[in-house]
Design a protein around this ligand. Structure first.
Ligand code: ZN
Length: 159
Protein backbone atom coordinates (compact mmCIF):
# COMPACT_ATOMS: atom_id res chain seq x y z
CA UNK A 1 0.00 0.00 0.00
CA UNK A 2 1.35 3.39 -0.98
CA UNK A 3 0.42 6.93 0.03
CA UNK A 4 1.48 9.53 -2.53
CA UNK A 5 2.47 13.02 -1.44
CA UNK A 6 1.98 16.35 -3.12
CA UNK A 7 5.18 18.41 -3.22
CA UNK A 8 6.17 20.51 -0.24
CA UNK A 9 7.78 18.11 2.25
CA UNK A 10 11.51 17.56 2.17
CA UNK A 11 14.58 16.48 4.10
CA UNK A 12 18.20 17.54 3.64
CA UNK A 13 20.87 14.84 3.36
CA UNK A 14 24.53 15.58 2.55
CA UNK A 15 23.54 19.14 1.74
CA UNK A 16 21.03 18.01 -0.89
CA UNK A 17 17.29 18.49 -0.61
CA UNK A 18 15.16 15.36 -1.10
CA UNK A 19 11.43 15.76 -1.53
CA UNK A 20 8.98 13.29 0.00
CA UNK A 21 7.27 11.44 -2.87
CA UNK A 22 5.50 8.53 -1.26
CA UNK A 23 5.15 6.40 1.82
CA UNK A 24 4.61 2.64 1.75
CA UNK A 25 4.74 -0.32 4.08
CA UNK A 26 6.29 -3.76 4.38
CA UNK A 27 5.22 -6.62 6.62
CA UNK A 28 7.27 -8.01 8.18
CA UNK A 29 10.11 -5.46 8.27
CA UNK A 30 12.87 -5.52 5.66
CA UNK A 31 15.50 -3.99 7.91
CA UNK A 32 16.50 -5.75 11.09
CA UNK A 33 17.88 -3.75 14.01
CA UNK A 34 20.47 -5.63 16.02
CA UNK A 35 19.10 -8.87 14.62
CA UNK A 36 15.50 -8.04 15.43
CA UNK A 37 12.71 -8.15 12.87
CA UNK A 38 9.60 -5.98 13.30
CA UNK A 39 6.03 -6.81 12.22
CA UNK A 40 5.71 -3.66 10.10
CA UNK A 41 8.05 -1.13 8.49
CA UNK A 42 7.25 2.16 6.75
CA UNK A 43 9.40 3.58 3.95
CA UNK A 44 9.27 7.31 3.29
CA UNK A 45 10.71 7.62 -0.20
CA UNK A 46 12.37 10.93 -1.06
CA UNK A 47 13.90 12.04 -4.36
CA UNK A 48 16.28 14.87 -5.21
CA UNK A 49 15.98 17.04 -8.29
CA UNK A 50 18.73 14.87 -9.82
CA UNK A 51 16.65 11.75 -9.26
CA UNK A 52 18.73 10.39 -6.37
CA UNK A 53 16.75 8.63 -3.65
CA UNK A 54 16.76 8.77 0.15
CA UNK A 55 14.50 6.44 2.12
CA UNK A 56 13.60 7.00 5.76
CA UNK A 57 12.57 3.71 7.39
CA UNK A 58 10.42 3.48 10.52
CA UNK A 59 9.87 0.26 12.45
CA UNK A 60 6.59 -0.57 14.13
CA UNK A 61 6.27 -2.80 17.15
CA UNK A 62 3.00 -4.03 18.61
CA UNK A 63 1.59 -1.69 21.22
CA UNK A 64 -0.79 1.24 21.28
CA UNK A 65 -2.79 2.10 18.17
CA UNK A 66 -0.95 4.50 15.85
CA UNK A 67 -3.06 7.58 15.15
CA UNK A 68 -0.94 8.53 12.16
CA UNK A 69 -1.71 5.19 10.52
CA UNK A 70 -5.42 5.46 11.27
CA UNK A 71 -5.96 7.86 8.35
CA UNK A 72 -4.37 5.56 5.81
CA UNK A 73 -5.74 2.36 7.32
CA UNK A 74 -9.35 3.55 7.18
CA UNK A 75 -8.93 4.14 3.43
CA UNK A 76 -6.86 1.04 2.72
CA UNK A 77 -7.69 -0.40 -0.71
CA UNK A 78 -8.86 -3.99 -0.56
CA UNK A 79 -7.83 -4.81 -4.14
CA UNK A 80 -4.49 -4.50 -5.93
CA UNK A 81 -4.38 -1.42 -8.14
CA UNK A 82 -7.29 0.27 -6.38
CA UNK A 83 -6.85 3.99 -5.66
CA UNK A 84 -8.50 5.95 -2.91
CA UNK A 85 -8.37 9.54 -1.75
CA UNK A 86 -7.54 10.13 1.90
CA UNK A 87 -10.19 12.05 3.79
CA UNK A 88 -7.55 14.04 5.64
CA UNK A 89 -3.85 14.41 5.13
CA UNK A 90 -1.36 11.96 6.59
CA UNK A 91 1.58 13.88 7.97
CA UNK A 92 4.84 11.95 7.82
CA UNK A 93 5.60 13.63 11.12
CA UNK A 94 2.81 11.61 12.73
CA UNK A 95 4.50 8.29 12.15
CA UNK A 96 8.08 9.29 12.94
CA UNK A 97 9.43 8.48 16.41
CA UNK A 98 10.10 11.32 18.84
CA UNK A 99 13.78 10.34 18.96
CA UNK A 100 15.19 11.04 15.49
CA UNK A 101 18.46 9.12 15.83
CA UNK A 102 19.05 6.84 12.87
CA UNK A 103 21.34 4.28 11.28
CA UNK A 104 22.67 5.22 7.90
CA UNK A 105 23.95 3.09 5.04
CA UNK A 106 23.95 3.01 1.27
CA UNK A 107 21.81 0.39 -0.35
CA UNK A 108 19.29 -0.19 -3.05
CA UNK A 109 15.57 -0.15 -3.61
CA UNK A 110 14.08 -3.35 -2.20
CA UNK A 111 11.77 -4.04 -5.13
CA UNK A 112 12.88 -4.69 -8.73
CA UNK A 113 14.90 -3.22 -10.36
CA UNK A 114 16.56 -2.82 -6.92
CA UNK A 115 18.28 0.38 -8.08
CA UNK A 116 21.56 1.03 -6.26
CA UNK A 117 22.76 4.28 -4.72
CA UNK A 118 19.85 4.76 -2.33
CA UNK A 119 20.63 6.57 0.92
CA UNK A 120 18.97 4.64 3.75
CA UNK A 121 18.14 6.34 7.03
CA UNK A 122 16.69 3.82 9.49
CA UNK A 123 15.16 5.32 12.61
CA UNK A 124 16.56 3.62 15.71
CA UNK A 125 13.45 4.08 17.83
CA UNK A 126 10.43 2.03 16.78
CA UNK A 127 6.91 3.46 17.01
CA UNK A 128 3.85 1.40 17.91
CA UNK A 129 0.88 0.08 15.98
CA UNK A 130 -1.94 -1.92 17.50
CA UNK A 131 -2.30 -5.66 16.94
CA UNK A 132 -5.45 -4.85 14.90
CA UNK A 133 -3.60 -2.36 12.68
CA UNK A 134 -0.78 -4.82 12.03
CA UNK A 135 -3.23 -7.65 11.31
CA UNK A 136 -5.37 -5.48 9.03
CA UNK A 137 -2.37 -4.73 6.84
CA UNK A 138 -1.23 -8.36 6.78
CA UNK A 139 -4.78 -9.47 5.87
CA UNK A 140 -5.03 -7.08 2.93
CA UNK A 141 -1.57 -8.09 1.77
CA UNK A 142 -2.28 -11.85 1.91
CA UNK A 143 1.43 -12.63 1.93
CA UNK A 144 4.65 -11.04 3.20
CA UNK A 145 6.05 -8.26 0.97
CA UNK A 146 9.48 -7.92 2.50
CA UNK A 147 12.64 -8.44 0.50
CA UNK A 148 14.82 -11.02 2.30
CA UNK A 149 17.65 -9.66 4.41
CA UNK A 150 20.72 -8.81 2.31
CA UNK A 151 24.35 -9.27 3.36
CA UNK A 152 26.03 -6.13 4.67
CA UNK A 153 29.16 -6.94 2.60
CA UNK A 154 31.66 -4.09 2.77
CA UNK A 155 29.07 -1.40 3.51
CA UNK A 156 29.65 0.67 6.59
CA UNK A 157 26.57 1.18 8.75
CA UNK A 158 26.84 4.55 10.47
CA UNK A 159 25.14 5.35 13.74
ZN1 ZN B 1 9.93 -0.27 0.71
Amino acid sequence: MQVNYASGSSIKVDGTSFELKQLHFHAPSENHIEGKSYPLEAHLVHASDEGDLAVVAVMFEEGGANEGLEQAWSSMPEQAGEEKTLQSSLSADDILPSDRDYYRFNGSLTTPPCTQGVRWLVMKQPVTASKEQIEHFADVLHEPNNRPLQPVNARPVLQ
